[in-house]
Every structure is written in C-alpha cells, then in structure tokens.
Design a protein around this ligand. Structure first.
Ligand code: HEM
Ligand SMILES: *[C@@H]1O[C@H](CO)[C@@H](O)[C@H](O)[C@H]1NC(C)=O
Ligand SMILES: *[C@@H]1O[C@H](CO)[C@@H](O)[C@H](O)[C@H]1NC(C)=O
Ligand SMILES: *[C@@H]1O[C@H](CO)[C@@H](O)[C@H](O)[C@H]1NC(C)=O
Ligand SMILES: *[C@@H]1O[C@H](CO)[C@@H](O)[C@H](O)[C@H]1NC(C)=O
Length: 352
C-alpha cells in the first residue's frame, strides 16, 4: 500500500497513483525479456526489485563492466558461474567463498581451479557499485548477478534473479565437502542434490553449466580409460595427450563442440560419449536422466528454461536476509565491529 501522505491535500492521491503506475511500468519493462519464464517462488526477504530505489543502476553497472571483462578474457564467464555454484552450495549464497583466511574455503580441494582473476572481478564490481550507490549492495548479490550475466553474455538465457542477500561473517572449510566430486555417478549426484531439494531435471540442467569453461587434469584423468560410462576414443586420445599424469597442471575444455558458448551442445557431447567428467557422461547412461539429456540435446529452449529455473532455485539456498549478516565494505573480509553496519537496513524496497 502507498502511504496516504498529508491528508486533506487533493493532489496527493493523484501523485501517488502516478508514481505507483510508473513503478509498475518500470518494473514490468525491466524484465520484459524474461516474460516468458514463469518466475519460481522466492524466499522471504528476497525480492525481484530489491535495489529499485537504493541502487537503480546496479544491473547496468554489472552488465557493462562484465561485457568489457569478457571481451578480454572469455574464460571469466565460466569462472564466475562456477564461483556462484560453489558459494551457494557451501553454507548458502553468503559470499563465503570470497573471504580470505588461512586456510580458507576457496583453497580446499573441492574448489580446485577457482580463478583468482574472477574473484578480483567481483571485488571490482563491488567497488564500482559502492562508488555509485554507497555500501548498499552485498557481495553475495554481486556473485549472483555476475553469474547471471556470465550466462547471458555467453549466448545463454537471460533471466531475472531475486536479490537482497546479505554477506556472511564466516566461511566453512568443512562445508566444501558438500560439493559433488567429478567422479560421482548419477545416483550419487541425484542423492547429493536431492538433499537440497533439486530433482533429476534440475541436476541435468545444472550440469549443462559445463557447456563452457575448462578443467584440470586431476578432475578427469579417471575418464581416460573408463569403460563405464564410456568415452569416445578420439576424446580419450586427446585427453591422454593433454595429461601426462593426473598431477599435470594442464587443462581441457569442458565442451569440445563450443568451448566458450553457453548452448545445448554439452548434451550433444554426452550423446557422443564426449562428456569430460564421469558425472557428466553418466547422465546419459542412467535411465533416470537419459531422457532428459535427449530432450535438452534436441530443444535448447527447453534447456534454457529449466536451467534458469534451477539457477534461481540455487541462488536462494540458505540466504541471509534482513538484519542477518552484513554488507561487506570489501568482499574478502568481514566488516570490523566498529564499522557501522546499519547504513541501509530495511527500506521501502524490501517490501516490493
Ligand atoms: C553436477 C555436479 C558438478 C560437478 C561434479 C562439477 C565439477 C566440476 C569440476 C571438477 C570442474 C573443473 C574445475 C577445474 O579443474 O578447474 C568444474 C568446472 C566448472 N563447473 Fe562444475 N561441477 C558440477 C556442477 C556445476 C554447476 C551446478 C555449475 C554452475 C551452475 C558448474 C559450473 C562449472 C563451470 C562453469 C566450470 C568451468 C570453470 C572454469 O572454466 O573456470 N558446475 N566443475
Ligand atoms: C564436519 O566434518 C565432519 C567430518 O566429516 C562431520 O562429522 C561434521 O558433521 C561436519 N560438520 C559440519 C558442520 O558440516
Ligand atoms: C590407458 O590404456 C592404454 C592402453 O591400454 C595405456 O597405454 C595407457 O597407459 C592407459 N592410460 C591410463 C591413464 O591409465
Ligand atoms: C582431438 O584432437 C583433434 C586434433 O586437434 C581434433 O581434430 C579432434 O576434434 C579432437 N577430438 C575431440 C573429441 O576432442
Ligand atoms: C521446446 O521447448 C519449449 C519450452 O518448453 C516448448 O515450448 C517447445 O514446444 C519445444 N519445442 C519442440 C520442437 O518440442
């Protein structure tokens, strides 16, 4: 409800409805490209327009900066999408993967290959946004926004993401054990993701993130002579040339058909036994997921829709909202106690 303002003033209701109508128009046009997607439910405390009044240029700033970054280094797009997954799946989407520490979360074995330059990009975004709007946008939200742009600027779907996450005060080394390893079979994958309320369609769609980016030898060396799930001979030969040993620091592309593009060719790879990880290829061996792989391989629109839905779900795992957490002044360190943390607590945007 709009506040009634000063009672007795004849122009107030008119003005109010003017602003209300402009807001409606703005809110709908800003998401026009995603109208086709039925928005999934969002958790309490997050909203589709969280920074509507406190940082209206947010999404433009993020998109404009990342466009420049990706032009110089396309690899930052997959790097940012993976950072998002590894943040959200460990202790929730709280920016914990960004925190320094010795040891820290991001240096754990499950986080092999996290690219430091992409972590720096998040911090650069934070600086740009805080210069423009003040310290009102969380690092956790910037991780989500960067992942969304990474997908859309690489050829994938563009979809809205709910915002309003706060940053956590701690990281969890132990929690990195929740991340699925690449040698998982489908049953283990379904169980691991099922525990967080993701179904088989979600799991197959999310695995489609491996449509771009790279992996280090240690993560797929077991595939080279694997018989179940099978591997294409040509791919096996190439991987064996790339990796003299599992310890080799070399990398291979995740998607041999279009290594830098977000498309559905990942699923075509699986049909040709060219999935890089056991966890990828087994999706086409397991009866519970094979049909979904086929459907995504033949219908990219379907894949994009299911992917967007699953990402929006992933982006809401165990989020901190409202008075929980804080908005970090620097993404790699929690604010010290003497830094006032209540610059912007609940303002009107939270109710939109
Ligand atoms: C299904 C279970 C998953 C497993 C077992 C898995 C495992 C891995 C591994 C081992 C790497 C290689 C890292 C390296 O060696 O540098 C990798 C890369 C990647 N993963 Fe996953 N992942 C999974 C799900 C996801 C999800 C849900 C996303 C995002 C939504 C994702 C996005 C990526 C991206 C984009 C890369 C490439 C990173 C880069 O190029 O820097 N993965 N994944
Ligand atoms: C941490 O790891 C230990 C050993 O794997 C496990 O027993 C414990 O439940 C974990 N704690 C949390 C909070 O995940
Ligand atoms: C795979 O098998 C081939 C042929 O048997 C063998 O020469 C090669 O060393 C094996 N590679 C690995 C990584 O086990
Ligand atoms: C293996 O490498 C050759 C030579 O670079 C390339 O033509 C072929 O497409 C690669 N095969 C796969 C499956 O990556
Ligand atoms: C592909 O999927 C979309 C989205 O679910 C659907 O509307 C469309 O009918 C499908 N196309 C074909 C050819 O099946």
């Amino acid at each position: 409800m709009m506040a009634r303002g000063v009672s007795g003033s004849g122009t107030t209701p008119l003005l109010c409805s003017f602003f209300f109508i402009s807001w409606l128009l703005f809110a709908s046009s800003s998401h026009a490209s995603s109208e086709a997607l039925k928005r999934p439910p969002i958790v309490d405390g997050l909203s589709w327009n969280f920074y509507f009044s406190s940082c209206p240029m947010l999404e433009t700033i993020v998109s404009r900066h990342l466009r420049k970054v990706f032009r110089k280094d396309t690899g930052q797009a997959p790097a940012l999408l993976r950072i998002f997954f590894h943040d959200c799946f460990v202790q929730g989407c709280d920016g914990s993967i960004l925190l320094d520490g010795n040891p820290n979360e991001r240096d754990q074995p499950a986080n092999i290959g996290i690219r430091p330059e992409a972590l720096k990009t998040i911090e650069d975004l934070r600086a740009l946004v805080h210069i423009q709007c003040g310290r009102v946008v969380s690092c956790a939200d910037l991780v989500v926004l960067a992942a969304r742009e990474a997908v859309s600027l690489s050829g994938g779907p563009r979809f809205p993401v709910p915002l309003g996450r706060k940053d956590g005060l701690s990281f969890s080394i132990n929690g990195t054990g929740n991340l699925p390893p690449p040698f998982f079979r489908t049953g283990q994958l379904l169980e691991r993701f099922g525990g967080r309320n993701f179904d088989a369609t979600d799991v197959v769609a999310l695995s489609g993130a491996h449509t771009f980016g790279r992996a280090h030898c240690a993560t797929f060396f077991n595939r080279i002579n694997q018989t179940e799930p099978p591997i294409d001979t040509s791919l096996a030969n190439n991987l064996s040339n790339t990796c003299p040993s599992a310890q080799s620091p070399n990398t291979a592309v995740l998607d041999v058909r279009s290594p830098n593009v977000f498309d559905n060719l990942y699923y075509v790879n699986l049909k040709n036994r060219q999935g890089l990880f056991t966890s990828d290829q087994d999706l086409f061996s397991d009866a519970r997921t094979k049909g979904i792989v086929n459907s995504f391989a033949s219908n990219q629109t379907l894949f994009f829709d299911k992917f967007a839905t699953a990402i929006i779900k992933l982006s809401q795992l165990d989020v901190l909202t409202g008075k929980q957490g804080q908005i970090r002044a620097k993404c790699s360190i929690p604010n010290s106690k003497n830094l006032v943390t209540s610059v912007v607590e609940e303002d009107s945007t939270a109710q939109m």
